[in-house]
Design a protein around this ligand. Structure first.
Ligand code: F6P
Length: 365
C-alpha cells in the first residue's frame, strides 16, 4: 500500500446541505489523526483539469472553523463540464483523455488519494478514475436520497425538513381559503422527499415517480375530505411524478453533459383539477432550490461528520474504490462498482407506502 502524505477533497454535482460539514470532518481527521496534508479542489472534478495555482487550496484546521453549520460548499461545485459519459457506451467517458489528465494532475501535485463528495454522477467519474489508478473514496451526497448502497445520503434530512416546514405553512392558508394546494418538491426520478415530507406534514395526496397516477383517485380524495367537512386538501407531488398515461415533465433540455431539468408537474395538475373539484380554488407552489439551501439539520451534521471521518479511515486502510455508507445505525463501506449507475427507488410494497395507504393517503393509483 502506498504511503499517504497528501489527500485531495472535492465536492461535485448539485450542492446539498452538509458539504462543508464533511469537508471539516475530513480535514480534522486527516490532519489530527494521520498527520496528512489536505488540499481542496475547486469546482469539483473540473478543478483537476485546471491550473493548480487557482484550483487547489491548502486546507488546515483554521480553514474549517465554523463551517459545520454552513450551507453550500466552500470549494464550489459544478454539475456539468468535461467529464461527460458517452451516449453509445454510457459507462465510458466520451473523452477518456480527461481521466488521464486528472490522474496526471494528482501525480504532479502529490495527491495520493481523493475524497469525492457527490451523488450518482460523482460515483460514475470516481469509478473511472479509480479504474485508471487514482485511489478514491466517495461520500454519498444528495437531497434526493436515491443512491444505492446507503440507507441515507446526507442532505436528505435537511431538504425533507425544509419541505415539511413549508407544507406546514401552506396548510394554514389552504385551510383558511378552503383550497386545494399542490406542492411540487424535488427528488428527480424518485419520491423519497415527497413521500417523507408528505407523511411528515400530513399531506392528503402524495404523488411519486414510482407510482404513476390517475386523476380520478385524487378527485375522489378531495370529495371524500369535503364529505366530512375538512374542506381543504394538500397534494405533494414529486417533480418526477408522471400521469399513468404520460411522461414526466421537463422545463428544459440540458446541454451536453447535463441532465434535463424536471419541473412543471404541479402547474399541469392544477390545470387538470381546477374545474373538476367543486368550489375549491386550486393553487401550486414549487419549492425548488429552497430545498438545497440553508444550514444542515443536526442529524445531517452528525451523519456528515461520521461519513467524513470514515472516508479518511478507509483511505488509511487502503480500502479505496468505495463509498462510505449508512446501514441501519452503522457506518460502513460499499464498493463503488456494485452501485454505480443505479438508483434506489421506493419499494412499491414497502412499509412506507403501506403506512401511507393505511392512513388513507391517496397515492394516485
Ligand atoms: O439532484 C438534486 C436536485 O436538486 C434534484 O432534486 C433536481 O432535479 C436537480 O438537482 C436540480 O438541478 P439544478 O440545480 O441543476 O437545476
Amino acid at each position: 500500500m502506498k504511503k499517504i502524505n497528501k489527500i485531495g477533497i472535492l465536492t461535485s454535482g448539485g450542492d446539498a446541505p452538509g458539504l462543508n460539514a464533511v469537508i471539516r470532518a475530513v480535514v480534522i481527521t486527516a490532519t489530527r489523526q494521520y498527520g496528512w496534508e489536505v488540499v481542496g479542489v475547486h469546482k469539483g472534478f473540473e478543478g483537476l483539469l485546471e491550473d493548480p495555482k487557482t484550483s487547489l487550496v491548502h486546507l488546515e484546521l483554521q480553514d474549517v472553523i465554523s463551517i459545520l453549520q454552513q450551507g453550500g460548499t466552500i470549494l464550489g461545485t459544478t454539475n456539468r463540464g468535461h467529464f461527460v459519459f458517452s451516449k453509445d457506451h454510457p459507462e465510458e467517458l466520451e473523452d477518456p483523455a480527461v481521466a488521464t489528465q486528472a490522474l496526471q494532475f494528482c501525480k504532479d501535485n502529490g495527491i495520493d488519494a481523493l475524497v469525492a463528495i457527490g451523488g450518482d454522477g460523482t460515483l460514475q467519474i470516481a469509478h473511472q478514475l479509480e479504474k485508471k489508478g487514482l485511489p478514491i473514496v466517495s461520500v454519498p451526497k444528495t437531497i434526493d436520497n436515491d443512491l444505492l448502497g446507503t440507507d441515507y445520503t446526507f442532505g436528505f434530512d435537511t431538504a425533507l425538513t425544509t419541505a415539511t416546514n413549508a407544507i406546514d405553512q401552506i396548510r394554514t392558508t389552504a385551510s383558511s381559503h378552503n383550497r386545494v394546494m399542490v406542492v411540487e418538491v424535488m427528488g428527480r426520478d424518485t419520491g423519497w422527499i415527497s413521500l417523507y415530507a408528505g407523511i411528515g406534514a400530513g399531506a392528503h395526496v402524495i404523488l411519486i415517480p414510482e407510482i404513476p397516477f390517475k386523476l380520478e383517485p385524487i378527485l375522489k380524495q378531495i370529495a371524500w375530505r369535503d364529505s366530512f367537512g375538512a374542506n381543504f386538501t394538500i397534494i405533494v407531488v414529486a417533480e418526477g411524478a408522471k400521469p399513468e398515461e404520460g411522461d414526466a415533465m421537463y422545463l428544459e433540455e440540458r446541454e451536453e453533459g447535463g441532465m434535463a431539468r424536471l419541473g412543471g408537474i404541479a402547474k399541469w395538475l392544477v390545470n387538470q383539477l381546477k374545474d373538476r373539484c367543486g368550489d375549491h380554488d386550486v393553487r401550486e407552489v414549487v419549492l425548488g432550490h429552497l430545498q438545497r439551501g440553508g444550514s444542515p439539520t443536526a442529524s445531517d451534521r452528525v451523519l456528515c461528520t461520521r461519513f467524513g471521518a470514515e472516508a479518511v479511515h478507509l483511505i488509511a486502510q487502503g480500502r479505496t474504490g468505495t463509498m462510505v455508507s449508512l446501514r441501519g445505525t452503522a457506518i460502513q463501506a460499499t464498493d463503488i462498482w456494485k452501485i454505480v449507475a443505479r438508483q434506489k427507488f421506493i419499494p412499491y410494497n414497502g412499509d412506507l407506502v403501506q403506512t401511507a395507504r393505511g392512513l388513507g393517503i391517496c397515492l394516485g393509483d
